[in-house]
Ligand binder design. Structure first.
Ligand SMILES: *Cc1c(COP(=O)(O)O)cnc(C)c1O
Length: 465
């Protein structure tokens, strides 16, 4: 048997990886040719690869390592819990201390009457729970026709069949027979790409009112819920115009539908409050959580549910659950992660210290010749790349061609910054210092300069007509 360690030559690790490991959201053949980057260790906001490169992580892993890497406390808690009680379920009239303690903590942190938690192993699973929970809620209230869940195009709610159906990614719907029945998608509030001649304010209202239109078209008696990320993450960190959020809340209040805030990215400090709903002024009935809940140190997700929803669901047997719902080790790690966030006032750090500093630097990217808009909320930011700012033009090339070139330059410059089409996005660990923000920004600008030069060399500096 081959013992695989960090000390094997990179090329050997890459060959073994390509031979046996299937990567998510990747073209396996391309990856096999190129070779995956082998990440070996990490500390703070820095990751290291098998060649010894020190890379600044502008994405906090996958939007999740909020407290940064290398936290001994989380490792110690996991070890202690593994020895004491590595696993037990909570299905059959049993419970355990990590589940009790984490639920109490989440009820304390979550706004309003969101006081009850149903656990999952991931954000995808949690959103699958939500589909069944909101439909069961209405069935229990004697309104079984209220089944349709309204979502948005280009939303990301996970990769399982249910959650990817909620999501609005066309590439995902194209594979495997999605979406499932009774999911309806309205347009996203992406002003840069879709705002046309409207003002941002008008556009924000128009996109929010599509929810009202959809409710009227489908019939109020058939609609169960609306689901949205307070700020769309994987769709490209789309920050809607200010008019959007309050109008959504108004519509959810007016009609009898539940509001599900998908807080998987926005939750746990990312936007400068504990939850994105607080930043945007929503009062959700259910919040989806995962990612920053454990800072990625253990796989755990869940749904935080209002008193009202919990009471209705509590009246029936809810035939739903996962083997790893409220997994004791994951729950213990998540609780300790939240303790760290409170003790170090990491939300305050985002709101008052590093957040405003990063915002100032990030928004200054608007002066770069290739940047058409620069948006940021807390510690999630995006820029739109364009060959012609005034007309908000896309490139004449396939969407994502230039974005990919920039991402390649980031890679070469030891910066993790992702591209979504021709938007570049960041979501760094929340513990990043101002000095580290300077490093991130310096590498980002260098990568943009080089990306622009590469685009010009390739003859791609052409606006789409
Ligand atoms: C990542 C993500 C999910 C899915 O979470 P997984 O843990 O990957 O299943 C759901 N919603 C949003 C907003 C996400 O960013």
């Amino acid at each position: 048997m081959t013992v695989i360690t960090n000390h094997m030559p990179t090329a050997e690790l890459q060959a073994l990886d390509a031979a046996h490991h299937m990567h998510p959201f990747s073209t396996q053949d391309d990856l096999a040719k190129q070779g995956a980057r082998v990440i070996t260790r990490a500390d703070g906001v820095w990751i290291q690869d098998s060649e010894g490169n020190k890379i600044i992580d502008g994405m906090a892993g996958l939007w999740c390592v909020n407290v940064g890497y290398g936290r001994d406390r989380l490792a110690d808690v996991a070890a202690r819990q593994m020895k004491e009680l590595p696993y037990y379920n909570t299905f059959f009239m049993t419970t355990h201390v990590p589940a009790i303690a984490l639920s109490q903590k989440l009820a304390e942190l979550a706004p309003g009457d969101l006081n009850h938690v149903f656990y999952a192993g991931s954000g995808s699973e949690a959103n699958d729970t939500n589909i069944r929970m909101v439909r069961t809620y209405w069935a229990e209230k004697g309104k079984p026709s209220k089944k349709v869940i309204i979502s948005r195009k280009n939303a990301y709610h996970g990769s399982s069949v249910g959650s990817a159906s909620l999501g609005g990614m066309t590439g995902m719907h194209a594979q495997g027979g999605l979406p499932i029945a009774d999911i309806h998608h309205i347009d996203q509030p992406n002003y840069w790409a879709e705002g046309g001649d409207q003002s941002p304010e008008e556009f924000g209202l128009e996109r929010a009112r599509q929810l009202e239109q959809a409710i009227n078209d489908i019939g109020e008696d058939n609609v169960a819920a609306f689901i949205a990320e307070p700020v769309q993450g994987a769709g490209g960190v789309i920050v809607p115009p200010e008019t959007y959020w309050p109008e959504i809340q108004r519509i959810c209040d007016k009609y009898e539908i539940l509001l599900i805030a998908d807080e998987v990215i926005c939750g746990f400090g990312r936007t400068g409050n504990w939850f994105g709903s607080e930043t945007v002024g929503w009062r959700p009935d259910i919040m989806t959580i995962a990612k920053g809940l454990s800072s990625g140190y253990a796989p755990i997700g869940g749904s935080i549910v209002s008193d009202e929803v919990a009471e209705v669901i509590g009246g029936c047997e809810f035939n739903h659950g996962y083997t790893y719902s409220s997994h004791p080790v994951a729950a213990a790690v998540a609780l300790e992660n939240l303790n760290i966030m409170q003790e170090e006032n990491i939300v305050g750090h985002v709101q008052n210290e590093v957040g405003p500093y990063l915002k100032e630097k990030w928004e200054a990217l608007i002066d770069h010749p290739m940047v058409g808009e620069a948006n940021i909320v807390g510690m999630m930011g995006s820029i739109a790349l364009t060959p012609h700012k005034e007309s908000r033009a896309a490139f004449a090339a396939d969407a994502g061609t230039v974005g990919y070139m920039c991402r390649e330059r980031c890679f070469a410059n030891n910066l993790v910054m992702r591209h979504v089409g021709d938007r570049m996005i960041i979501s760094p660990p929340l513990v990043m210092t101002k000095g580290e923000v300077d490093v991130l920004m310096e590498r980002a600008v260098k990568s943009l300069d080089e990306g622009m030069a590469a685009a010009k060399d390739a003859g791609l500096w052409v606006p789409a007509s």
